[in-house]
Each structure stands twice: as structure tokens, then as C-alpha cells.
Design a protein around this ligand. Structure first.
Ligand code: AMP
Length: 465
């Protein structure tokens, strides 16, 4: 932790998109979305992809992998804009939408038509949209199969590209049989890209079943943090966490911030503390319903709230819980496009969680900051993290006089928060009790109906004995 270390060794400057051989409409679109230089995975994958090779990309979300496969597909589509052109399989609904958005923005100059086919929504509008002949389909495998079997006139016979995105997660979520089914009905003559954060034996098997003579490209971000991320720590006694947090948030007020807490209670409490002191904060944790979580994320993304107070669990589950299977704990994190700062109110006990958390900032070559609050009990944990990331964090400068000036107001806000949470718990308890009372009364009524209607008691619900 003490002593500093410079940014990681400087590599040779990356190539430009133009030098990689991309055509003008794509260069214009890249300019519009402000992608100035290719990311590492893009500069590695694009040359071979533009030559028509199959690609295996070992890279995580955040590396720029979507554009790495979208750009060569769009370039080819520009050359022969015929039929249903490409199909991208993704493990979650949210990821599918993100991919589709990226195709639409990069393909804006060529009028590309994209369609997302995911579960949890009505099939009919999807079938209608399929009839309008999209160029690109981004789908979760289950729903795609469903349409292949049940939507008249729909097939993948003209397909030129198949992309398996986050292949390890596709397989973890038991989409293997669906993928096998899809592989059976698409042309053998096609280009295939497979992207995965990890190369497991299952992924290797899928690779053999779906790719031909692929080029392998890899960026290893797994146990690394990027050099554009400035990582700080704040060393303070446990009892002074709240006031230092407020001081920190105050000095970073113009930034978008994700604040990570270990417990749901702290996520709720700190959101209220911050709001009471005039900072726009919104909580995101595992005790919110799926629609509340998406609502929180929406508010944050639209800039209405610039501090997201999240637990690890919420950040892993938010994007798809409720509509994917029980194995979705493999999710690697939120894709929040423009987060300036990550604050760890509690230091994560696993280094991997630290890397996931701070990976919410400094994405794709941009700069970002992380500040981790460290107390007298956390010294060993931060040293372990520093060993894993092979970097030393810098001490965040603190003006103790300013902190002292904040103390009283923060303590008062803390009391407000505790009262508000107690009140809410009482209200929820009362509501639960009323619902239970009503529920048992409804059961009695229903059972009575059954008896009256049939003359003899029938078993339904909680039958009366
Ligand atoms: P991905 O790994 O595809 O999810 O991309 C992560 C983020 O990086 C997304 O928000 C992209 O919009 C962004 N991105 C991808 N490529 C670039 C680039 N070359 N320059 C700047 N941002 C990029």
C-alpha cells in the first residue's frame, strides 16, 4: 500500500482503425461513437477477421470484444447486403440488447437492421419483426430455437456469420443442447467467431464443433487492472468510515460513481445518508425486485442519479435475474459505460471481487479512479489484493480539517437513515402481516366455495380437513 508505482510498462502505440483496413462508413461511425483507437482485442482480431478467418477470442466484457466481432461482420454486410446475415448468441437478455445497440450504432451509416430475440417477452412481436427481414439477429439460444421451430418461414439458411459470445457462460447456463441444435440448421459454409472469458474444456469442445481452422487472439485481463486506472486507498479508523466517505464523495461530486458495500443494509443506509446530505444516490442490492433494480440502473445511466450504491451480489445479478436460470451467479458484472470512479466502502475479501468492482471504470482505454476504504482490520486484505494485481495503491489525500467540519452533519444524517430504515422495516412487517391475514381468510373462503359448489369437500389449495 504505501510507496507508489508508475503506470505499467508502455507498449508500442496501437494501430488506427483505418490502418486495419476498415471501410469509410465504419470509420465514420467509429468517429461518431468516439472510438478513437482500437482496443487490444480489436487490433488483434480485426486483421484476421477482415481476411475472413474464424476467430477464437479470449476476452472479457469491457475489453471491446463486441466491436471486435461487429466490425468485420458489418464490413462484409456492406459488400454483400443479402438476407439474414449474422446471428449472435449471447447468454443473457441484457447482453443481447447491448450487442444489438452496438451493431446499430456502428452500422448506422449502412442502415443495418437488427433484431433481438430473447426470452421473457412476447413471441408474437418478435415473429412479426422477423418477417421484416433483419440483417442481424442477437439472441439467447433458447428463444432462437423456439422461433426456428415455431415461426413459419423463419430459417437461418442464408446465414454468413455465427458468433458465440461469452461462450463459457452460454455453456454454464446449460445452453449447450440449444447451441448444438442451432449448429445443425445453419450453413456449414460460414464464418464463426467464439468469444469467451475463460477457456474451459467445455468451451474447447464447442470450439471444435463449430469453428474451422480458427485464429486465436487473447487479452489477459483476468487478474490485471488496466494502466489507465488510478487506484487509491484511504486508511482510516473503522468508526470514521461514514464521514470519510462523505468527504470523498464531496470531493468527487462532479463524477459518476459506483459505491460498493458488503451488506444490503449498508447500501440502503448509505444511500439515505448521502441523499440526506444532498447527494443524488440510488441503492442497488439483492433485496430489490428485478424491476426495481433495472429502474435503479436506468436512473443511474440516464444521469438522474450519479451515485449508485451497490452490493457485489446485486451488481452480478441485476442484468438478468428473474429471466435466466439458477446458474446466473456466473455473471461478471454490469456494463456501465461511463463510470468515472469506483469507491469500495468495504474492501472486498476476495481479490477477484476487487478486480470486478474496479473494472467498472477505466474501460476501453479511458481513464478512471478507484478508492478503497481501508480500516485497521483490512490491512492484510489490501496487501493480498496488491499482490494479486501486482500494483501498489496510492494514498488518497485527505484534508482532516474539512473532514472534521463534516462530522456533525454526517452523524445526524446517519441517525436519519437508521430511523428511516426502522420505519420502513415496521411498514413492511405490517404489510406482510396484513397480507398473511388476508391470505388465510382467502383460503378459508375458497375452501368454502369448493365445499358449496360440489356438495362434498374437494382438495384444492389448502383443503379443509
Ligand atoms: P465490450 O467489451 O464490447 O462490452 O466493450 C466495453 C465498452 O467499451 C463498451 O462500452 C464499448 O462501447 C466501449 N468500446 C469498445 N471499443 C472501444 C474503442 N475502441 N474505444 C473506446 N471505447 C470502446
Amino acid at each position: 500500500m504505501p510507496s507508489s508505482e508508475g503506470a505499467s510498462s508502455s507498449a508500442s502505440p496501437p494501430p488506427s482503425f483505418a490502418s486495419l483496413g476498415l471501410i469509410d462508413p465504419l470509420l465514420k461511425a467509429l468517429d461518431q461513437v468516439n472510438f478513437k483507437q482500437p482496443t487490444e482485442i480489436q487490433s488483434q482480431a480485426l486483421p484476421s477477421a477482415l481476411l475472413g478467418r474464424d476467430i477464437i477470442g479470449v476476452a472479457e466484457t469491457g475489453s471491446g470484444k463486441t466491436a471486435a466481432f461487429a466490425l468485420p461482420i458489418l464490413q462484409k454486410l456492406w459488400e454483400e447486403p443479402k438476407g439474414l446475415f449474422a446471428c449472435i448468441l449471447a447468454p443473457t437478455r441484457e447482453l443481447a440488447y447491448q450487442i444489438s445497440q452496438q451493431f446499430e450504432s456502428l452500422g448506422s451509416a449502412m442502415g443495418v437492421r437488427c433484431l433481438v430475440l430473447v426470452g421473457g417477452v412476447d413471441r408474437m412481436p418478435q415473429a412479426v419483426a422477423l418477417a421484416k427481414r433483419p440483417h442481424i439477429i442477437v439472441a439467447t439460444p433458447g428463444r432462437l430455437n423456439d422461433h426456428l421451430q415455431n415461426t413459419k418461414g423463419f430459417s437461418l439458411r442464408s446465414l454468413k456469420f455465427l458468433v458465440l459470445d461469452e461462450a463459457d457462460r452460454l455453456l454454464d447456463m446449460d445452453f449447450g443442447p440449444d447451441i448444438d441444435q442451432i449448429l445443425k440448421v445453419i450453413p456449414k459454409e460460414r464464418t464463426t467467431y467464439l468469444f469467451s472469458a475463460t477457456m474451459t474444456t467445455k468451451v474447447a469442445k464447442l470450439q471444435r464443433a463449430s469453428l474451422s481452422n480458427p485464429v486465436r487472439v487473447e487479452v489477459s485481463s483476468k487478474y490485471q487492472t488496466v494502466s489507465t486506472l488510478l487506484q487509491y486507498y484511504l486508511f482510516i479508523p473503522l468508526a470514521q468510515k461514514d464521514v470519510h466517505l462523505v468527504y470523498l464523495v464531496n470531493s468527487l461530486a462532479s463524477n459518476s460513481i459506483i459505491l460498493f458495500t458488503r451488506t444490503v443494509h449498508d447500501a440502503q443506509r448509505l444511500s439515505i445518508v448521502l441523499r440526506t446530505l444532498g447527494f443524488p444516490a440510488v441503492p442497488l442490492h439483492g433485496q430489490l425486485s428485478q424491476s426495481q433494480r433495472l429502474g435503479a440502473l436506468g436512473k443511474f445511466k440516464s444521469g438522474g442519479r450519479n451515485i449508485l450504491v451497490a452490493t457485489d451480489v446485486a451488481s452480478r445479478h441485476v442484468l438478468h435475474s428473474g429471466f435466466m436460470g439458477p446458474t446466473d451467479h456466473h455473471y461478471r458484472g454490469l456494463d456501465l459505460p461511463s463510470v468515472d470512479v469506483v469507491i469500495n466502502f468495504d474492501i472486498p475479501s476476495h481479490s477477484k471481487d476487487y478486480i470486478h468492482r474496479v473494472g467498472r471504470t477505466a474501460r476501453a482505454g479511458r481513464s478512471g479512479k478507484s478508492v478503497t476504504i481501508v480500516t485497521q482490520y483490512d490491512v492484510e486484505l489490501i496487501q493480498r489484493i496488491e499482490t494479486v494485481i501486482a500494483k501498489k495503491m496510492e494514498l488518497w489525500p485527505t484534508d482532516e480539517e474539512e473532514v472534521a467540519l463534516l462530522r456533525e452533519r454526517v452523524e445526524e444524517a446517519g441517525r436519519v437513515a437508521i430511523n428511516e430504515l426502522k420505519e420502513e422495516a415496521r411498514f413492511n412487517e405490517g404489510r406482510k402481516r396484513r397480507r398473511e391475514d388476508r391470505g388465510s381468510k382467502d383460503d378459508r373462503d375458497r375452501d368454502d366455495d369448493v365445499v358449496e359448489a360440489g356438495g362434498v369437500p374437494k382438495k384444492r389449495g389448502k383443503a379443509r380437513h
